[in-house]
Design a protein around this ligand. Structure first.
Ligand code: FAD
Ligand code: SF4
Length: 476
């Protein structure tokens, strides 16, 4: 797929890849063998009908391709850009064994983008005539990330009124505050949200579940079901000396400032940037990669990624790693920070790293990083910690009836997404821990289906694929 040259793109926040033209998409689709048993579909957590949509693209029929995708996926323009396809659909494609799988994600992205000019209703439903919203059927979503957006999109197309309560001033969750513009343009998320608004979904922004509104308040206001999709946005830290120095950020804060606050466009936007010349990013997942590539674009001279295993174990998307290396990312693999040093003003000046070596595989099959007792220092004036997140306690503590597991995430019925509280559902990262967009969407779809069944009875649609696919602990 065409992309901006690394030397140019590292200076801007415009999307790295520029997307297929219709001719390119038809040519790529032509590589699909239209297998009798499309194993690629089993590799997709929401079972996009890949064979059918690519079959339509082979004939150049974008509308039919889009409608096929929309049968199971409500955010195809997003998934086509951010799914870890190499371990999902493309990893299962039979051509992967011969070397080059069909670029399913890119074709999905092309189809969604190409179709985007259509009306909102048609985008959401595939039909020109949307059902009338029945105001008496009311569902609330707390949190406005991909899990809740999927619930809202699905239920609104069935005529159910959905209200989304989001703590931040923009809906979209990680899609707007975490993943940078150069990877997922915010206009795409806005487009999907706009389509939902036009379809009757109401977004209430700057509402904090557990503070400005509680689950009980919502039932008191005659909502029949509540979906909790508040993500797992509480940053984890290394707990090493010097981590409280000025210039050491959690990835959440660093990326939120850059993305949601648009610090990269300062002074056009009010958020001041925190430019670093020598930057250290700790972690090996998508979050670490996004922080490192953002720092490069904010003017860093050198960005080092500190990771305690090797390149092979990094859980980030392969394409992100390749793009980051092309852009000049420096890898400090098999290293682990033990302390940060600072100057008299309390600003970070460097980090001490311990060399690690790989030991035996753990239960999950990943090699354990072991200490060696060898240390070295590297200078830095900005450090970003991207070693994972946990559940934010705000809503959970205000809702004592919610049963949680030993890691602090909400426990749900795996078939319906219902929590220990009747008619309260949950899905996405707040149930699984930090995972992927498509898994959050799969969970949203499953819960939405159950809610529709309860509210609409036999009028509810039956077709929702089971949730499967591995949870990716993105940063570890
Ligand atoms: C930087 C970064 C890069 C990533 N890259 C990828 C990628 O390339 N591919 C991929 O598949 N996955 C990626 N992920 C993971 C993916 O984004 C998440 O798994 C997914 O967004 C989870 O969706 P969600 O709806 O459960 O939660 P979120 O997207 O976290 O959304 C939750 C929303 O709830 C809001 N909220 C929280 N508490 C409250 C409250 N009390 N009241 C009201 N609202 C609240 C939050 O503000 C947020 O908007 C990335 C994650 C990060 C952080
Ligand atoms: S949603 Fe993701 S995993 Fe499924 S077909 Fe699309 S790109 Fe592949």
């Amino acid at each position: 797929m065409p992309e901006q040259p690394a030397r140019e793109r590292v200076k801007n926040f415009t999307e790295v890849t520029t997307g297929y033209t219709l001719d390119m998409a038809v040519a790529e689709a032509a590589r699909c063998l239209q297998c009798k048993k499309p194993v690629c579909q089993a590799g997709c957590p929401v079972e996009v009908p890949i064979k059918a949509f690519i079959g339509h693209l082979q004939k150049g029929d974008v509308t039919a391709a889009y409608k096929a995708i929309r049968e199971t996926n409500s955010l195809p323009a997003v998934c086509g850009r951010v799914c870890p396809q190499e371990v999902q659909c493309e990893g299962a494609c039979v051509l992967a064994k011969k070397g080059e799988p069909v670029c399913i994600g890119r074709l999905e992205r092309f189809t969604a983008d190409e179709y985007a000019a259509r009306s909102a209703c048609e985008q959401l439903t595939g039909d020109k005539a949307c059902p009338m919203i029945r105001e008496e059927l009311k569902v609330a979503c707390i949190g406005g990330g991909p899990a809740s957006l999927t619930v809202a999109g699905y239920l609104s197309t069935l005529g159910i009124k959905v209200h989304v309560y989001e703590a931040l001033h923009e809906p979209g969750g990680v899609l707007v505050y975490g993943i940078p513009e150069f990877r997922l343009p915010k206009a795409i998320v806005k487009r999907e949200v706009q389509a939902m608004t036009e379809n009757g979904v109401e977004f209430h922004l700057n509402w904090v579940g557990g503070r400005t509104i509680t689950v009980q308040d919502l039932f008191d206001e005659a909502f029949q079901a509540v979906f909790i999709g508040v993500g797992a946005g509480l940053p984890r830290f290394l707990k090493v000396p010097g981590e409280d120095l000025t210039g050491v950020f959690s990835a959440n804060e660093y990326l939120s400032r850059a993305n949601l606050g648009r610090a990269y466009a300062f002074p056009e936007y009010d958020t001041p940037p925190f430019p670093g010349k020598q930057v250290v990013v700790v972690g090996g997942g998508n979050v670490a990669m996004d922080a490192a590539r953002t720092a490069m674009r904010m003017g860093a001279e050198k960005v080092s990624l500190v990771y305690r295993r090797t390149k092979n174990e990094m859980p980030c998307r392969l394409e992100e790693l390749e793009h980051a290396l092309d852009e000049g990312l420096h890898l400090e693999i098999l290293t682990n920070p033990v302390s940060f040093a600072g100057d008299d003003a309390g600003r970070v000046t460097g980090v001490t790293l311990e060399r690690m070596k790989l030991g035996d595989p753990d239960e999950a099959g990943r090699c354990t990083p072991n200490c060696t007792g060898e240390y070295f220092d590297i200078p830095c004036d900005l450090a970003v910690i991207a070693v994972g997140t946990g559940p934010n306690p705000l809503l959970l503590e205000a809702t004592p009836g919610l049963k949680r597991n030993r890691r602090g995430y909400i426990e749900v019925n795996e078939d319906t997404g219902e929590t220990s509280m009747p008619n309260v559902f949950a899905g996405g990262d707040i149930v699984t821990g930090a995972a992927t967009v498509i898994l959050a969407m799969g969970a949203g779809r499953r819960a939405a289906k159950e809610i529709a069944r309860r509210l609409l009875g036999s009028d509810a649609p039956q077709d929702v694929p089971p949730l499967h696919g591995g949870v990716l602990e993105a940063q570890d």
